[in-house]
Design a protein around this ligand. Structure first.
Ligand code: MV4
Length: 443
């Protein structure tokens, strides 16, 4: 096992990883920006290194600064958390050059999955269903020909996009060329890569994703699915496991497809295979996330498996001691992401001092946060300040538990989304499990 690990992240996920390390006897190095001197992850780690100014680009995204901190403190591994450097193939490569284990898949796998067009082709070859569409479109003639074959409405997507960026909807041939040019221009400026491809637009879909865990000895296990359709502008607000839209027969097919996806690229570590699920229960590969995800706790609660500990163990070369048959999904888990944003002002982010904090408690209630009483939330980073996660034997009981926990939670001093989530989970569209990704835009 690694004697010392550096956490290249901040906030609740840095705290989550530090806690796992403490239980595993691994000493921890926190890195922090000048705006994060008072952050919880800094106090909880054994050592800490200031790596730059408040801006993420000067600190948490500064690869030489993060790597220098690891080398100078003698850390053998780096956990990137989510966001920031977690899906940066160049960073994974630099870690290897510094003889530091990047906790995640290889740089090559990160790169292959980051290229959405290549990922589609890899998945199709592996027998994983992909949305009808085409390969990269090089010119206007190809654009017209492929669009006629696919039919309308369709989506133009950026090869280097993902998470909803660089997408254009096209409803008919008269919109095609304009959308192509603007998608290409946006992708070029956002990702430094103007390449695009097309897919048939699937409407009224759900976002269902499958957790995979793979060791370096060729073992792949899937850990059930998560329902992530309750989202606003590609920011998930509520996640649950299992998905209320997935029955036993469909689950077997989706989990099997996710395992094929992981095997096809020789995946190592934890990863997530995202699918679009239609009303007719057809599912299609969307993308693979090569990191630990924000919503990993719902999977931990229904499987009893600590994903962060296993992520570290398989990175250290340990063989998984359990197989697919040993995995049991038990009960139902729901997560609400609490963001410091004001829903009444179009979800404007709110920084500032948390003047009163009361954390909801009781059995099977989990609150993952880096907040503490009188902490001042800096304005430079993501607005997610906590995750409230509950677990119960049935979905109905989990909803009741979440309602009670949201009512008990007190965060004063900053506006937050908790009130809106309390309303949302009480609505028919949530309770009956029928909600799709456009639920909030039609509300
Ligand atoms: C789609 C789609 C419908 N049809 N592709 C958005 C994020 C990116 N990962 C892919 N996305 C979508 N791709 C086809 N062919 C609908 C979406 C989509 C979406 C997907 C998951 C969660 C929320 C979403 C919100 C809007 C659109």
């Amino acid at each position: 096992m690694f004697p010392k690990l550096l956490i290249a992240n901040r906030g609740e996920i840095a705290v989550r990883v530090i806690r796992a390390c403490k239980e595993m006897g691994i000493s921890t190095v926190a890195v922090f920006s000048e705006a994060d001197r008072d952050a919880l992850h800094v106090s909880l780690a054994d050592e800490s290194v200031c790596i730059g100014p408040p801006s993420a680009s000067g600190s948490y995204l500064n690869m030489p600064a993060v790597l220098s901190a690891a080398v100078l403190t003698g850390a053998q591994a780096i956990h990137p958390g989510y966001g920031l450097l977690s899906e940066n193939a160049r960073f994974a490569e630099l870690c290897a050059q510094c003889h530091i284990k990047f906790i995640g898949p290889s740089a090559e796998v990160i790169r292959r999955m980051g290229d959405k067009d290549e990922a589609r082709r890899t998945m199709r070859a592996a027998g994983v269903p992909v949305v009808p569409g085409c390969d990269l479109v090089e010119n206007v003639e190809q654009l017209r020909a492929e669009a006629e074959k696919i039919g309308y409405p369709l989506l133009i997507k950026a090869r280097s996009g993902g998470g909803g960026r660089g997408i254009r909807r096209v409803d008919g041939p008269e919109e095609l060329e304009r959308a192509f040019l603007s998608a290409t221009a946006e992708a070029q400026s956002a990702f430094g890569d103007g390449a695009v491809y097309m897919e048939k637009l699937l409407e009224n879909v759900k976002h269902v994703e499958v957790q995979v865990l793979c060791d370096s000895h060729g073992h792949v296990v899937t850990l059930g699915e998560r329902e992530c359709s309750m989202q606003r502008k590609h920011q998930k607000l509520i996640e649950e496991s299992p998905s209320p839209a997935v029955d036993g027969a469909l689950r077997i097919k989706m989990l099997d497809a996710a395992a094929r996806a992981a095997r096809a690229v020789g995946y190592e570590g934890v990863g997530t295979v995202e699918f679009l699920l239609t009303k007719n229960k057809e599912f299609y590969f969307m993308e693979m996330n090569t990191r630990l995800q924000v919503e990993h706790p719902v999977t931990e609660l229904v499987t009893g498996i600590d994903l962060v500990k296993w992520q570290i163990r398989v990175a250290a070369g340990m063989e998984l001691p359990f197989r697919q048959d040993d995995i049991q999904i038990s009960g139902h888990a729901i997560e609400c992401r609490i963001n410091a944003e004001n829903p009444a002002e179009n979800f404007r982010p709110c920084a500032g001092k948390v003047t009163l904090l009361h954390v909801p408690g009781g059995p099977w209630v989990r609150f993952d946060t880096a907040l503490y009483q009188d902490y001042t939330i800096p304005p430079f980073y993501d607005s997610m300040i906590a995750k409230l996660i509950v677990h119960a034997p049935t979905r109905a009981e989990a909803i009741r538990k979440m309602q009670a926990a949201l009512c008990e939670m007190v965060i004063e001093g900053v506006e937050h989304t908790g009130w809106m989530q309390a309303d949302l989970i009480s609505e028919r569209g949530f309770e009956d499990g029928s909600y799709t990704t456009d639920y909030l835009s039609g509300r």
